[in-house]
Design a protein around this ligand. Sequence first.
Ligand code: A2P
Length: 317
Amino acid sequence: MAIVGRIAVLNTGARIPLIGLGTAAVNQNEKDIKVAVTAALQVGYKHFDTARLYGSEHALGKALNSAFQNRLVSREDVFVTTKLKNTEHDDPVAAIKDSLMNLQQEYVDLFLIHWPIKLRTEIPLTPIKEEDFLPLDIRSTWQGMEQCMEMGLTKAIGVSNFSSKKVEDLMKYAKIPPAVDQVEMHPHWQQKKLRDYCNKHNIHVSAWSPLGSPNTPWGSNRVIDNPLIQEIAQKHGKTRAQVMLRWGLEQGVSVLPKSYNAGRISENFQVFDWSLTPDDHDKISKLEQRKIQQGEQFVNSTTSPYKTVEELWDGEI
Ligand code: A2P
């Protein structure tokens, strides 16, 4: 049986729990988030992923603080990630201070550049106007991220949605190397090249959309409905979601399934005491590769730094 622990160690020495609760949702509401966080803590989740863009920071922080007060868990035992918005590249320190106010916390465990994109304004799920793209200078954004860490506002810094080429560029000038690259990853988008690069350079990979985000405006049911995933799930007496999450864990990444449903939150955590077979891995490795979120919204032929999706992902698409 492939052995998978419950944590990985980041290049900062910090421990990152391998299952995190994702909190990207269309209609965020405080009550759903509180129920989800409480259910997650009760079954053993210790890792919570949010972003300034998701609108879940405030409710997540409130739910966590109430769990700390009720001694369900202590602050040192949970790992909280948030992300810099595309509109905040000029001042990561101000952004994280705002996040900490929202979260009602003194620090986060991980602060990520959400996308390699700088915008004047952004409204989730609406098209980005030509005039809203701004020239990108990742080097100066990264200096601001480093300052956040030096000020103790975050325990680690990293990136999200960066190709291996973009991480490699960043490594050339980073005083503090990124601890994590959080990217779309599931059996239909396995990120082999990026994972090889990150493994070599001691950068941890986290998988967003580990289930392919079924039943969301940005995701697809293609991954969860794949007949091979169904077949493997049946063979092991597991659900399709459990197969996809276990697959991610056995690739050495952390997985961040979003659910606000107590039953599915618990189901998604039952992935530690069984394993996939080499034959399962072999078959999954041959699945057609097609990224779900290509990032077309960040591409245009005039004002974006990326004229095509190939440029956005440096050909890793
Ligand atoms: P819900 O919040 O109602 O549980 P991803 O993590 O890949 O972004 O996927 C999130 C989507 O998957 C949400 O629509 C979520 O819905 C759904 N989901 C989460 N866990 C499961 C599960 N175990 N089985 C089926 N769907 C799930």
